[in-house]
Design a protein around this ligand. Structure first.
Ligand code: PLP
Length: 380
């Protein structure tokens, strides 16, 4: 039985179009891009073409895009790169932001979240204004990976500019789905990853914009070579980088962007009136990540993990939260913790423990939606 895959926020299947490109690139682009001979220079040219095409999507300069192994590395790099005094972030960030922020040993202010997962801009401004004179690193993700809440990056960026704070955003879930203009949003640092948009695993990027001018010195996470203008040592993942740029181009095709929105609208229509269905995260679908639904089915006797396994038995893959959650605690008679994101949003534990995340992609189709809707309807 071919599985129906609705866990695209965890990772995505490779876009079919990339198959030949990747195989061809592995065979042809083998030279080391740091080699000065013609083969090396040709490969470097391809990396830089990929850099330029991704930079254009972000309205950035090509030299501001640094390639690395993925968003976990990008987020870790952010917190070790420069010398700041204070971090302002939120408790619903990805584990790689939360853990890297803690590991920096700098003071951290955790912003409060409302029930839909939004930060409070007035609270952010209060902390920025109370800490004037300090170099502050603000790190707020664009779209939450579990509940799909999209933060108002424009207003956050505006505040960061006003108080001369550095603004980082983990845009892993939004790149390829939502518009990200680093200039318009006043972003200094952006993390992203290819495998969330039908590209290969093991390649990501860190955008380092105007903050580079404020760096007298910087500390790369990985040293031992001058690649990526000294920001990230190690021979580049040439094929991964080339495929990343193509994957982003494919994701941004209007037909793919629209298809995801339409599929999500249809799925919600099929599920929203089921008895006991509760939508977690942003209630206004327009303000929600286009591929995300996070729902608790209160009339089912299953907790999140049990429902994920029940659906899997019936051929559908969804998730009970972020794939990276650890520190499980005992919950009723099964070993499951409710999502730390939902807890940070003060969601009732009874609702949180039943939440499942359904994350779609343009590779899904209506038959798959019907299958999921039918299974859940029968279960309810
Ligand atoms: N940030 C967010 C929001 C994510 O969803 C993920 C992946 O789960 C990451 C960071 C880590 O990305 P990567 O797998 O490229 O290290």
């Amino acid at each position: 039985m071919k599985k129906v895959y609705f866990d695209n926020s965890a990772t995505t299947p490779l876009a079919e179009e990339l198959r030949d490109l990747i195989l061809g690139s592995y065979l042809e682009d083998f030279a080391n891009p740091s080699s000065i001979h013609s083969l090396g220079r040709a490969v470097k040219k391809k990396i830089n073409a990929a850099r330029s095409s991704i930079a254009a999507v972000l309205n950035a300069e090509a030299k501001e895009i640094k390639f690395l192994s993925g968003a976990t590395e990008a987020n870790n790099t952010v917190f070790g790169l420069l010398d700041y005094d204070l971090i302002i972030t939120s408790p619903s960030e990805h584990a790689s932001v939360i853990e890297a922020a803690k590991a920096s040993r700098k003071p951290i202010i955790w912003l409060n979240l409302d029930k839909e997962g939004y930060i409070d801009l007035a609270e952010l401004e209060k902390h920025l204004s109370e800490n004037q004179g300090k170099l502050i690193l603000v790190s707020i993700m664009h779209a939450n990976s579990e509940i799909g809440t999209v933060q108002d990056l424009k207003s956050i960026g505006h505040l960061c500019k006003q108080y001369s704070a550095i603004f980082h955003s983990d845009c892993v879930q939004s790149l390829g789905k939502l518009k990200i203009d680093v200039k318009d949003l006043n972003l200094d640092l952006v993390s992203a990853s290819a495998h969330k948009l039908h590209g290969p695993k093991g390649v990501g990027l860190l955008y380092i914009g105007r903050v580079a001018e404020r760096m007298q010195k910087f500390s790369p996470l990985i040293v031992g070579g001058g690649q990526e203008q000294g920001f990230r040592a190690g021979t580049e993942n040439v094929t991964g980088i080339i495929a990343f740029a193509k994957a982003l181009e494919i994701s941004l095709r209007p037909e793919n962007i629209n298809k995801v929105k339409e599929l999500r609208a249809k799925l919600w229509l099929g599920l929203k009136d089921l008895k006991g269905a509760v939508l977690n995260g942003a209630l206004d679908l327009e303000k929600r990540l286009t591929n995300n639904l996070n729902i608790s089915f209160m009339d089912l006797k299953f907790n999140s993990e049990q429902l994920v396994l029940q659906l899997d038995l019936r051929g559908v893959c969804v998730s009970s939260g972020s794939a990276c959650t650890s520190n499980k605690k005992k919950f009723e008679d099964s070993f499951i913790e409710s999502s730390y994101v939902l807890r940070a949003c003060h969601i009732d534990e009874n609702i949180a423990k039943r939440a499942i995340r359904i994350s779609l992609s343009w590779m899904n189709d209506e038959t798959e939606l019907e299958k999921l809707t039918e299974i859940i309807t029968k279960l309810v």
